[in-house]
Design a protein. Structure first.
Length: 230
């Protein structure tokens, strides 16, 4: 699954101002973490747009995360995306019961993998949706407010990975009203940009088990077991 998803805060003119800047960033991170820790589920309409030298494509669909709050001991996830220009081109991923299912439309197979305990949180997009503590965020990223961000209903954060990844910067927009993620913009190595946006967010849905069943689209499809995700 492609990803594609935050610049630098203008430095204060005195040393006394610097701790306040960090406290504000940490307050946003704590609010983000708290909002997701208290949410039994997260569901949203999703749009993903990728633009680079070779690709200009847009996918739309939905995502559902079901958490075993408050400890998140059993996260289930489902992502369904369809190409805006080709309805036969779609992406589908389901995580449930310790397994990851990825639908490969070209080969008409569903790849089934055993997941390691932290596999979901090791996925950058899902880790952003699920929220991060200040400690976890700063352990993996240089975190700052986005400079020149608009004064609107969002907090804008810029996360620069401390270790090599397939993106150089992730720009996050977080709702001021509820601290839920609104969008992630990935600046990819090579100059590409992938933007994920989340709208119509619901955090209290009662999602049945059937939502997370990896049902084959038709009789032409088959399951194939592959090596575990690590």
């Amino acid at each position: 699954m492609r990803i594609a998803a935050v610049g630098f805060l203008i430095l204060a003119t005195s040393l006394h101002a610097q701790p306040a800047v960090q406290d504000d960033v940490d307050a946003v991170l704590r609010g983000w973490e708290k909002a997701m820790n208290e949410a039994p589920s997260f569901a949203a309409v999703v749009n993903r747009k990728t633009v680079d030298a070779l690709i200009n494509e847009e996918f739309a669909g939905y995502v559902i995360l079901k958490m075993d709050a408050p400890k998140k001991g059993a996260i289930q996830a489902r992502l369904d995306l369809t190409n805006a220009k080709n309805k036969n081109s779609f992406e589908k991923i389901i995580c449930t019961d310790g397994k990851l299912y990825q639908f490969n439309t070209a080969k008409q197979i569903v790849l089934a993998q055993d997941m390691q305990p932290n596999a979901l949180r090791d996925n950058s997009l899902l880790s952003f949706v699920l929220g991060m503590s200040p400690k976890d965020a700063r352990a993996n990223f240089d975190v700052q407010f986005e400079p020149n961000a608009p004064k609107d209903g969002y907090f804008y954060l810029r996360l620069t990975p401390k270790q090599a990844t397939d993106f150089t910067v992730a720009q996050l927009a977080i709702h001021r009203s509820n601290h839920l993620l609104a969008s992630v913009r990935y600046l990819q190595r090579g100059g590409g940009v992938t933007t994920w946006t989340f709208t119509n967010i619901k955090t209290n849905g009662n999602w049945p088990a059937a939502q997370f069943e990896p049902t084959l689209p038709n009789k032409e499809w088959r399951f194939e077991t592959v090596r575990p995700v690590r």
